[in-house]
Design a protein around this ligand. Structure first.
Ligand SMILES: Cc1cc2nc3c(=O)[nH]c(=O)nc-3n(C[C@H](O)[C@H](O)[C@H](O)COP(=O)(O)OP(=O)(O)OC[C@H]3O[C@@H](n4cnc5c(N)ncnc54)[C@H](O)[C@@H]3O)c2cc1C
Length: 415
């Protein structure tokens, strides 16, 4: 096998986006991937006609990197309505973005999810994030999301009943300890674009990004065991060498391979998929738990948003538990079913569990959130991955591009 100029470890979004830049610059590369396909944390399983993303995820269509690199039409995106259905005290309440979805202004104002003043504050926050350049948002003084909400004088009521489950589901952190920068960035993404699902599942995103890569550029089912300079040793003992190395694996694995001093901590979640004869919610809305009585944080009827996720005559319900309240699977499943029964009644007994995904490293903990972390780790070795940027699709794609740009600049040398 001819020696490439660059070896990239990992075919998640960061690795693929790095490779795309190298390809454009005419740099010869090869990707080594431990699993059997591209996508990393964005994989979709096809089971009896259902599309099961490995953990509930959405594409925010206004991510700058996604807008730049993805063909949305070919992805066949279908979007959630902007807003949520909040379960609170035995009822479902609609909280819809009145700037994006017409006809809900009065219902929004009257529901018990927040006060009238809270809803005006949401409007103020919305106009602030829309008129602030994204770079400025990411350089603003940083606190936790919880503190940022308190500073904007949001009441406990709306924080507990709406922001905690909504942002908790996005950040997989119900303590709202995530950076206020990221909170404002994501709020802007929701105000500007949609939360969408591709027709072939979320894995269609990395697959489309990988399309231009030459055949054979990715070696699948090859795990890198260790790194020495720019030589990598694979699990089967084979050694590969290149001029330069890009380590584009998830944070904890990067720490193992690159011996970072500080550990990369993880946010975890459990995602259940149930099949039902009838969709419990027909509108394309995210369903949130507005009370702290868990364990469910959020739920989505996938085919109410993207019909391709379920076969004809069936409905697919995804249920997300943030963190991991019980390691005992049967205990957690009982708790989840109990909560679903309280929400939707006895019909839940007929729902069939299709799959469950327990994801120990779903998102990295990134605080403070500093997008200017260097991609170059040491001579000829670069790193990419969401843990270096913003822990989301946008950050993973951006970090891959930045690593490639740094590497290409080093190859060219000083002018
Ligand atoms: C449940 C869940 C929900 C999420 N929700 C959203 C969401 O709604 N919106 C959003 O924008 N983002 C979401 N994310 C985050 C998003 O999926 C990630 O930020 C992004 O996919 C990370 O890409 P990455 O390339 O940095 O890392 P990864 O996708 O983890 O890719 C790393 C790759 O490296 C490979 N690898 C690891 N070790 C080795 C080794 N030793 N040798 C060879 N290969 C190796 C892995 O197999 C993997 O393919 C979610 C993630 C999860 C899990």
């Amino acid at each position: 096998m001819a020696q490439p100029d660059v070896l990239i470890i990992g075919a998640g979004l960061a690795g693929i986006c790095c490779a795309r830049q190298l390809l454009k610059a005419g740099v010869n590369f090869r990707i080594i991937e431990a699993s059997d396909a591209v996508g990393g944390r964005i994989r979709t399983d096809r089971v009896n006609g259902f599309l099961l993303d490995r953990g509930f995820q959405v594409l925010l269509t206004s991510y700058p990197e996604a807008l730049e690199n993805l063909d949305y039409e070919r992805l066949g995106l279908a979007s959630f309505d902007n807003g949520a259905l909040v379960r609170y005290h035995g009822e479902f309440y609609r909280l819809v973005d009145p700037w994006r979805v017409r006809g809900h202004f009065i219902a929004n104002l009257l529901n018990p999810i927040g006060s009238f003043a809270d809803k005006l504050r949401i409007g103020k926050l919305r106009s602030h994030v829309l008129r602030t350049p994204l770079d400025k948002i990411m350089l603003a003084p940083e606190t936790t999301t919880q503190q940022a909400l308190a500073r904007r004088r949001f009441s406990r009521r709306i924080t507990e009943r709406f922001f905690r489950p909504f942002l908790g589901g996005i950040f997989l952190d119900t303590k709202l300890s995530v950076s206020s920068r990221w909170f404002e960035y994501v709020f802007r993404m929701f105000a500007e674009g949609d939360a969408a699902l591709p027709a072939n599942g979320m894995q269609a995103i990395p697959e489309q990004l990988a399309e231009p890569l030459p055949e054979g550029a990715i070696l699948f089912n090859r795990r890198v065991e260790s790194i020495d300079g720019t030589t990598v040793t694979l699990a089967d003992g084979e050694r590969l060498r290149a001029e330069k190395l890009v380590v584009a694996v998830e944070g904890p694995e990067a720490q193992r391979l690159l011996h970072f001093e500080k550990p990369v901590l993880s946010r975890e979640c459990v995602c259940y998929y149930f099949a039902a004869k009838e969709p419990p919610v027909k509108e394309p809305l995210l369903v949130l738990s507005g009370s702290t009585r868990g364990p469910i944080n959020n739920l989505a009827v996938m085919d109410s948003v993207q019909p391709t996720y379920a076969p004809k005559g069936e409905s697919l319900i995804s249920v997300t538990v943030v963190g991991n309240p019980s390691r005992d699977e049967s205990v957690l499943r009982k708790m989840v079913r109990g909560q679903l029964k309280r929400w939707f009644g006895l019909v839940v007994q007929e729902w069939r569990l299709v799959a469950l995904y327990r994801i120990e490293h779903a998102l990295p903990v990134v605080f403070p959130m500093d997008r200017n972390k260097p991609s170059r780790i040491r001579k000829d070795v670069y790193a990419a991955g969401d843990y270096l940027a913003t822990p989301y699709i946008q950050g993973a794609m951006e970090s891959g591009r930045l690593a490639a740009e740094a590497l290409i600049a080093d190859m060219k040398g000083p002018h």
